[in-house]
Design a protein around this ligand. Structure first.
Ligand code: SF4
Length: 374
């Protein structure tokens, strides 16, 4: 399904296109640990991690993960907290939760065998078009084209496509084009080659057209309009949410609460707090939110820091306070669990990135009030 005026490469050229792309990939691809195998389990791990995340970030996580959970069975047996701790810092935690759920279903209901067909695989939690096509094509040689951000960018330039790459309803056009070019004899290598070309040569800001094996087919290059593609629809302004959080101290321990499993950052631990109300002062919001979420009355001893963090659809500004416990017993309203922990044990728990930004600060001996009094 091409837009009006967009013609595909002539069928005879498509054969040339595949040959050139695969020859380029053979010589130039990065040697990555998940490319050494056709075992679907490590390939699946890598593809889950690679969604929205760059190769250099993913590689150490992948190696740690394989080290800790060398088989699907070992992964399925692990408890979710351990999995989230291994995932800490990668973001998009729903990926880890769904992957873990899917592994358990395979072990408990499918004799530990990962389905080798797209439809069977797609019934598992967290398997969408991208993961399904990537794992099935790379591990099992299924003829399914993969479309990620890299592939869209390459296709958009090759065909001077008007379809905005950031609009979900453009996906079908990119999928149809990728499918048209797919090498059905070796779809896994072809898909990886397309993604690699986007990552290494046809990069977002500085495509290296002179080194590109596809330049003779590339409409944008041939017409001198590479800088005009891909097209993007104007995105809405990302709102900033102001949050206050407290490090509540009591008897040498601090309070952490666990987010409910469903929803953003589900299952992760954090320091209690929440959003400021309109016109509210951050320290008062901290006291109010802790009372509402945990039932505890606290007092503020010091403002520790302000951190900023960007999620996909919003940004946060978080004011962090050193709080002393005054009174009350824990009555949770929102979080699914709580713990009083020593700061020396904090590494046993998985926290969102925003919390990880100030945890090194509160570890420092002199920062919290109780330490100052020592
Ligand atoms: Fe991308 Fe340039 Fe290659 Fe076209 S010629 S696919 S714009 S790197």
């Amino acid at each position: 399904m091409l837009s009006p005026g967009q013609t595909a490469i002539h069928p005879s050229q498509i054969i040339q296109f595949k040959k050139k792309l695969l020859a380029w990939y053979e010589l130039n691809h990065r040697k990555l640990p998940w490319r050494e195998t056709r075992d679907p389990y490590p390939i699946w791990i890598s593809e889950v991690m690679l969604q929205q995340t760059q190769v250099k970030t993913v590689t150490p996580y992948f190696l740690n993960f394989m080290d800790r959970f060398p088989t699907l069975e070992a992964f399925a047996r692990a408890d979710l907290q351990t999995v989230l701790k291994m995932w800490e810092g990668l973001g998009y935690y729903a990926r880890a939760r769904n992957f873990h759920k899917a592994a358990r279903i395979i072990v408990e209901e499918m004799k530990g065998v990962i389905p080798d067909d797209f439809h069977g695989f797609q019934k598992l939690p967290g398997i969408g078009d991208y993961i399904g096509s990537a794992v099935q094509s790379i591990a099992f040689g299924r003829p399914l084209a993969v479309v990620d951000g890299n592939v869209k960018r390459v296709m958009a330039r090759l065909y001077s496509m008007e379809a905005p790459v950031n609009k979900p309803n453009s996906h079908g056009q990119f999928k149809a084009l990728a499918d048209l070019h797919l090498d059905r004899h070796d779809p896994g290598t072809f898909n990886q080659a397309m993604m690699e070309l986007g990552a290494l040569v046809c990069s977002p800001k500085a495509p290296d057209c002179n080194a590109c094996p596809m330049s003779e087919f590339c409409k944008a290059f041939l017409s001198g309009t590479v800088d005009q593609f891909p097209k993007r629809a104007a995105s809405r302004k990302v709102p900033t949410v102001h949050i206050a959080a407290g490090i509540v101290r009591k008897n040498g321990k601090v309070l952490i609460t666990r987010r409910k499993l469903n929803g953003l950052l589900g299952g992760l631990w954090e320091f209690p707090g929440g959003k400021l109300e309109k016109g509210e002062e951050a320290s008062l919001a901290c006291i109010r939110e802790i009372k509402e979420e945990t039932g505890l009355t606290v007092g503020i001893d010091a403002h520790l820091t302000t951190i900023h963090h960007a999620y996909t659809h919003f940004k946060i500004k978080m004011d962090v306070y050193d709080c002393r416990y005054i009174s009350g017993r824990i009555r949770l309203n929102g979080p699914m669990d709580f713990k009083w922990i020593r700061l020396t044990d904090i590494d046993q728990f998985a926290f969102p990135k925003a919390n990880l930004k100030f945890i090194p600060l509160i570890r420092e001996e002199s920062v919290l009030i109780w330490n100052k009094k020592k």
